[in-house]
Design a binder for this molecule. Structure first.
Ligand SMILES: [Zn+2]
Length: 289
């Protein structure tokens, strides 16, 4: 069944690399029926960034890729920027905790400035490593996350959170942090959510679900807001480490075949974007959100 042409089909979190498949992956996404990607930055070099200029270069690479996707594959890519929380692990080992935190905060400030200039749509991914870290790194990690929330508050943008799996208590803690920072809870997205969160169990934080078949079947009737994502890594050294970029459009097609399927799809692809980001994704091929 064909997807309606006025329906955006959106992967809410992926990475693409100029050293990986890049535009080719986006073409595959497009031919499966995908239209929009939220493209999160990543380290493209072999090492962790050591200076703000390294981060600027990284952001520029993401921005360039996003533009190429539009020009060469017809997929609209929204840029999401922040220093990766895991960078603090290497950073602290190489330059000491204080200096690593300083750099991280400067990179967050730079991302905030880009968002203000509308070169990116959200701050992300921010949060904390998904594995155990030394206490000193945990300490600067928390400080960095608070700084990130401060930046998001100042520039008034959504926040995409990288973290281990969250249970209801952890969602509540995150919601309390959002409240403290003065950020509406529905502007905070927990990316890579691997379990359905039912009525209120996420305390108003928005899940971006990994688009596994079973999980999609469980959540597809939920009123939202929620998103679907692959967290595609585009890393030739780790093929199949995550879901393929064509997955979300494939899932969208199968939902479209259910009763009221098209209406259901408007939840993750239209209404949730409106709620979290404050604008409607364009499907007329014009530039801008
Ligand atoms: Zn990611």
């Amino acid at each position: 069944m064909a997807l309606p042409s006025d329906l955006p089909v959106i992967d809410h979190h992926c990475h693409l690399s100029p050293h990986g498949e890049g535009v080719e992956a986006a073409r595959r996404f497009r031919s499966a029926g995908g239209t929009h990607l939220f493209l999160a930055t990543q380290n493209y070099g072999p090492g962790t960034p050591r200076s703000v200029d390294d981060y600027r270069e990284q952001y520029e690479t993401t921005e360039r890729l996003a533009r190429r996707l539009g020009d060469e594959s017809g997929v609209t890519a929204y840029v999401v920027l922040a220093p990766y929380p895991v960078d603090l692990v290497d950073g602290a080992a190489q330059m000491g905790a204080a200096r690593a935190l300083e750099l991280h905060q400067a990179a967050l400030d730079l991302a905030g400035a880009w968002i203000q200039e509308r070169r990116a749509v959200a701050l992300g991914e921010v949060g904390w490593p998904h594995f155990a870290v030394p206490p000193e790194v945990a300490r600067i990690g928390s400080a960095a996350f608070r700084h990130a929330l401060g930046v998001a508050h100042d520039v008034d943008c959504p926040v995409v959170v990288h973290s281990p799996d969250l249970d209801p208590a952890a969602y509540r803690d995150l919601a309390v942090e959002a409240d403290r920072a003065g950020i509406p809870r529905h502007r905070i997205v927990k990316h890579y959510a691997r379990q359905r969160v039912r009525d209120g169990a996420s305390s108003g934080i928005v899940p971006s679900y990994l688009a596994r078949r079973q999980l999609v079947t469980e959540v597809r009737d939920d009123p939202g807001p929620w998103f679907l994502e692959t967290d595609f890594l585009d890393d030739p050294r780790r093929p199949g480490a995550v879901l393929d970029l064509a997955t979300v459009p494939r899932r969208a097609r199968s939902i479209a075949q259910t009763d009221g399927g098209t209406e259901r799809l408007r939840v993750p692809f239209v209404r949730s974007v409106e709620r979290v980001y404050g604008w409607t994704p364009r499907t007329d091929g014009k530039a801008g959100p």
